[in-house]
Design a protein around this ligand. Structure first.
Ligand SMILES: *Cc1c(COP(=O)(O)O)cnc(C)c1O
Length: 427
C-alpha cells in the first residue's frame, strides 16, 4: 500500500468529504514558498498552507530555535510556573499590538483564541455585576470550529447540524464599500433595541477570510467600533488570519485610528510552525478579573497553554519580523499584487477584484452563487494543481495569500496560471 492509501485507511481529513476524496498529496519537505512530494514534484504554496506560513517552509532560523528549545525544555505546566520564552513573546506581542493591549492569554489555536476572547468579554460584564451575554458579529463571519466560535460565525451550511445548540448572536452587514452607512444603521438599531444585553462585538478586521476574502473599508469599521465604544460594547478584533504582516501592517487593526479591547491571534504567530493561540486584552478588561473573590477568576486553560516549543517558534518568527528585509518583501508583494490587479481589470469573466495588503482576490463570473459547494471549484483547484500551484478557491473566489518570502518570479508563476485559467474559461 502506498502512503497515500495507508492515509485513507486510517485518517479523516478536515473539511473533506472522505467518500470522494482523491488520494492525498504526500509532502515530504518544504523550502521557501515550495512544498515537495516524494517523487520530487514541487508545488508552489500560494495560500501559505491554510494562511499560516509567514517566512517560508522549514525556515532555518525558526528550525534552529525550535530545536534548541526542545532540547532544553519541551513543556511545563503554565499555572504557577512560567518560562523565558513565554515572557519574552508576551512582551514582544504587547510591543507590537495596539498600545492599549497589555496582557496576553495563551491557548492552542485560532478557535481557542476566540473562545478565550468571548469568555473574557462575557465574564468582564458578569464580574461587574451586569448580565450581558449577546454578541454582535458580521454576516458570513468565520471565527473557528469550536462551539463558541461557531456561534459567532455566519449560519452557513457547515454549521447547520449544530444550529439549534448555538447561542444567540446578532448579525450585522459588514461595512463593505458603499455599505458603510447601512452597516452602521444596523448596529445602531441593535444597540437601541438590545443595547443593555450586548457584551461585545467580534469582527475580522478588513478581510473576512473564510467568507471568500470579502473586504470592507477602514472608515466603515472605524465607525462601527466608535459606535460600540460610545455604548461601552467591548470590541474583539479576530486577527487570527489578518495578523503578522498579512495586510501590509503588523495587524489589520493598525490600519485603523481606534483600538480594539481584545485581540485574537494564531495562524502566523509562529510563522506557521507550531500550533499556538493568543488573546490579548486592555488593562480595563484584565482589571475586571482582579479580586479577592476567587469566583471572578478566568477559569480557562489548556494543557499546552504557553508551550515552550510553540513560544520558541513564535519568538523566532518575531526575530524575522524585526528584520527590514521581511517588510521590504511585504511591500514588494503588495505592489506586485496591485500591478496584477490592474491587469485583471482588463480581463473578461471576472469581477470584484479586491486587495488588502498581501491578499489579492476576485470572483469568477460563473452564474452561480458564491459557495463552498460551487461545482467549478474542484475543477479549478485541479487546474492549478496540474500546474503544480497550490491555490484553493473558496467557491468561485480565487485568492492569493502567499508566504511573505515569495519571490517575484514565483509570483509570476501564480499570476500566469491565473491568466491561463481565465483564458481557458473565456475560451
Ligand atoms: C482560521 C481562523 C480561525 C480559526 O483558527 P483555527 O486555528 O483554525 O482554529 C478563527 N478566526 C479566523 C479569522 C480565522 O481565519
Amino acid at each position: 500500500m502506498s502512503l497515500a492509501e495507508r492515509d485513507l485507511n486510517v485518517l479523516w481529513h478536515p473539511y473533506t468529504q472522505m467518500k470522494t476524496m482523491d488520494l492525498p498529496v504526500v509532502i515530504s519537505k518544504g523550502k521557501g514558498a515550495w512544498l515537495y512530494d516524494e517523487e520530487g514534484n514541487a508545488y508552489l504554496d500560494g495560500i501559505s498552507s491554510w494562511w499560516v506560513n509567514s517566512h517560508g517552509h522549514a525556515h532555518p532560523h525558526i528550525a534552529e530555535k525550535v530545536a534548541e528549545q526542545v532540547k532544553k525544555l519541551e513543556h511545563v505546566i503554565f499555572a504557577g510556573f512560567t518560562h523565558p520564552g513565554a515572557v519574552e513573546l508576551a512582551e514582544r506581542l504587547v510591543g507590537k499590538l495596539p498600545d492599549n493591549q497589555r496582557h496576553i492569554f495563551y491557548s492552542d489555536n485560532g478557535s481557542t483564541a476566540v473562545e478565550v476572547a468571548l469568555k473574557m468579554a462575557i465574564q468582564y460584564w458578569d464580574n461587574k455585576g451586569s448580565q450581558r451575554n449577546t454578541i454582535i458579529s458580521f454576516e458570513n463571519a468565520y471565527h473557528g470550529d469550536t462551539f463558541g466560535a461557531m456561534s459567532v460565525s455566519g449560519r452557513g451550511a457547515f454549521i447547520k447540524p449544530f444550529e439549534s445548540m448555538l447561542f444567540d448572536v446578532v448579525f450585522i452587514e459588514p461595512p463593505s464599500a458603499g455599505k458603510e452607512e447601512a452597516s452602521l444603521e444596523q448596529l445602531r438599531e441593535v444597540l437601541s433595541t438590545k443595547g443593555d444585553s450586548i457584551a461585545g462585538f467580534i469582527y475580522e478586521p478588513l478581510v473576512q477570510g473564510a467568507a471568500g476574502m470579502m473586504m470592507h473599508t477602514v472608515h466603515g469599521l472605524e465607525q462601527l467600533i466608535l459606535e460600540c465604544q460610545r455604548n461601552e460594547i467591548l470590541c474583539i478584533a479576530d486577527e487570527v488570519m489578518t495578523g503578522f504582516g498579512r495586510t501590509g501592517k503588523f495587524f489589520a487593526s493598525d490600519h485603523l485610528s481606534i483600538r480594539p479591547d481584545i485581540v485574537c491571534m494564531s495562524k502566523g504567530i509562529t510563522g506557521g510552525t507550531m500550533a499556538l493561540g493568543a488573546t490579548s486584552c486592555s488593562s480595563a478588561i484584565y482589571e475586571a478579573f482582579l479580586s479577592d473573590d476567587k469566583s471572578k477568576t478566568l477559569f480557562h486553560g489548556h494543557s499546552y497553554t504557553g508551550n515552550p516549543v510553540a513560544c520558541a517558534a513564535a519568538n523566532a518568527s518575531m526575530d524575522l519580523f524585526d528584520e527590514d528585509a521581511t517588510w521590504a518583501n511585504i511591500k514588494r508583494i503588495v505592489e506586485r499584487h496591485e500591478q496584477f490587479a490592474e491587469k485583471l481589470q482588463s480581463l473578461d469573466g471576472i469581477e470584484n477584484i479586491r486587495q488588502v495588503g498581501t491578499i489579492l482576490a476576485f470572483d469568477l463570473q460563473t452564474g452561480e452563487e458564491t459557495s463552498y459547494f460551487n461545482q467549478d471549484r474542484d475543477r479549478i483547484y485541479k487546474f492549478f494543481m496540474d500546474k503544480k500551484i497550490l491555490l484553493r478557491p473558496l467557491g468561485n473566489v480565487i485568492y492569493i495569500l502567499p508566504p511573505l518570502c515569495i519571490t517575484d518570479s514565483e509570483l509570476d508563476l501564480i499570476y500566469n496560471a491565473i491568466e491561463a485559467l481565465i483564458g481557458e474559461l473565456n475560451g
